[in-house]
Design a protein around this ligand. Structure first.
Ligand code: SF4
Ligand code: SF4
Length: 502
């Protein structure tokens, strides 16, 4: 049985989900070309295995995992490889990244062989790798690596909180494809053999909750309800339990969908600083990834498409689109009727944690659940002023950090000082900046500081490596010199013996 808790801090920004949560998922038009980045996941970029001029099918591997933590990349259309080069990608830096550009000719598929629930856990994990599955909630961690920790896991948490404002892709997925989600959960159960499975969903998704409850009841063979409401408390977590998969309805509060926050709210367990959920027996998987697991295993379909919300008040017809990865955002915005003259800010992802884009000429990637075209009124316009030490940022921080101090130390380039106040635990959720009356760009400070720390640690690693190389070189030269000296001494000794045989 579980205990329940509230997340620390958190905020209630305007949800704006009504803009897109009333329309069924539409199939996006197939693009004329796709631009597929080789780094859409955490870890090493994938290595291309095709060359310009090659013909490819939809679902064919075009780049192999470039390391242990990396992911396979597949073509999302059939056509011809036109270029392998640097293109803008959805990243705040605005920097370009290595991509494969494919001109589409039709849509001829290459599927993997279908598997079933009878397949072994190892074969299923291998399938996640072959299908290029990565977390689709934003973090993009390769799924097969996550599932390798299977022996440590006692609870599978399916993250359906979708706490970012505006985004409704997971909501619509639950409403329209509950059975596919349950199939994906069963596959995850087969791999992990967890004691419990909990789907965590925020209480603002009433329709999705109704549909999931019905699907879970059917799964248990109970046509009426089959779900026992075991923990009903007003304004708090509601816990529906059945035999295998439980559904927990949690209060809507940003950022409940953060991995550590959802685990805490559902179970009361706090994942220790710097550790992964598996260290305390949890595996948290976004609900869209769970649906993609079903496709990969039962249909043999690699990860080549996803549902993405295209919304904002600069869009005439916001909605949820099932689109091929690599589709230029400009095409999806066109299909949703974006009015370019009204767009004041373009974001890939949600308004809290998404990346502001300078151009629409970037592709849809595995971890992108939203494209926001916001008009002037939707963007906070206030100027920054000095910190008034109100402490609101501290109260809002879901990780229990001290944002004002982290910002102060970052400003003076004292990154170690920022770390002392929690920088490494910061999940860049933006809650602190949202409540700051001085409108300080706190998240930008922390993004910058994290970038500097990474640069520093990369440089330290490089220096370490260079030091090791020169030590090896020094040792080799010494060995060679010693060998030479020994040979010389042996020669001299031999000479002495020959000239003076007595
Ligand atoms: S961005 Fe970082 S410091 Fe600010 S509230 Fe979120 S976790 Fe806390
Ligand atoms: S919320 Fe803003 S003004 Fe208040 S203490 Fe934090 S940084 Fe300073």
């Amino acid at each position: 049985m579980f205990s329940f808790a509230k997340i620390k801090g958190g905020i209630h920004p305007d949800e704006n989900k009504h803009l897109s949560n009333h329309k069924p998922i539409a199939k996006a038009l197939l693009p004329d070309h796709v631009i597929i980045p080789l780094s859409q996941h955490l870890g090493a970029p994938a290595n291309p295995i095709v060359k310009v001029g090659d013909s490819v099918k939809t679902g064919q591997v075009i780049a192999e995992a470039g390391g242990f933590v990396s992911a396979y990349i597949h073509s999302s259309v059939s056509g011809e490889v036109k270029d392998i080069g640097e293109y803008p990608v959805p990243h705040a830096s605005g920097l370009k990244n290595l991509c494969i550009k494919i001109k589409r000719h039709g849509d001829e598929w290459h599927y993997l062989p279908r598997l079933s629930l009878e397949s072994s856990a190892d074969i299923l994990i291998e399938r996640l790798r072959e299908a290029g599955l990565t977390g689709m909630g934003g973090a993009s961690f390769p799924s097969n690596i996550k599932y390798l920790a299977k022996d440590k896991i006692h609870t599978l948490i399916v993250n359906a909180a979708e706490c970012e404002p505006y985004i409704t892709a997971d909501d619509m997925l639950m409403r329209e494809r509950a059975e596919q989600i349950i199939s994906g959960i069963k596959i995850a159960q087969k791999i992990l053999k967890p004691k419990s499975v909990i789907i965590g969903v925020e209480d603002n998704k009433t329709e999705a909750i109704k549909i999931l409850k019905k699907a879970l009841a059917k799964e248990n063979g109970d046509k009426s309800s089959g779900i026992r409401r075991v923990w009903p408390l007003a304004n708090s977590t509601t816990f529906y339990e059945n035999l295998q998969i439980s559904l927990a309805v949690v209060p809507t509060k940003y950022p409940t969908g953060g991995e550590k926050q959802l685990i805490q709210v559902l179970t009361g367990v706090e994942v220790p600083s710097g550790e992964l959920p598996s260290s305390v027996g949890f595996l948290c998987q976004n609900i869209a990834t769970v649906a993609a697991i079903s496709d990969a295993v039962l249909e043999g379909m690699p990860l080549v498409k996803r549902i993405v919300t295209v919304t904002g008040r600069a869009v005439n017809s916001p909605g949820n689109f099932e689109a091929r990865l690599g589709t230029p955002l400009s095409e999806l915005l066109d299909q949703a009727g974006a009015d370019q003259d009204k767009v004041s800010r373009l974001i890939a992802g949600g308004p809290m944690m998404g990346q502001v884009m300078k151009t629409t000429d970037v592709p849809l990637v595995k971890g992108c659940g939203g494209i926001l075209a916001l008009n002037e009124q939707e963007i906070p316009q206030a100027e920054s002023s000095p910190c008034v030490k109100c402490g609101k940022c501290v109260n809002a921080c879901p990780m229990g950090l001290v944002p004002l101090e982290m910002a102060r130390h970052t400003k003076y380039k004292d990154y170690d000082g920022a770390v002392d106040f929690g920088l490494t635990d910061c999940i860049l959720c933006g809650s602190c900046a949202y409540v700051c009356p001085s409108h300080l760009p706190l998240v930008q400070y922390f993004q910058f500081a994290k970038g500097e720390l990474k640069k520093q640690s990369d440089q330290d690693r490089r220096l370490d490596y260079t030091r090791q190389l020169s030590e090896v070189k020094r040792a080799r030269l010494k060995k060679e010199a010693d060998a030479k000296a020994a040979a010389k001494a042996a020669k001299a000794k031999k000479r002495k013996r020959t000239t003076n045989p007595a």
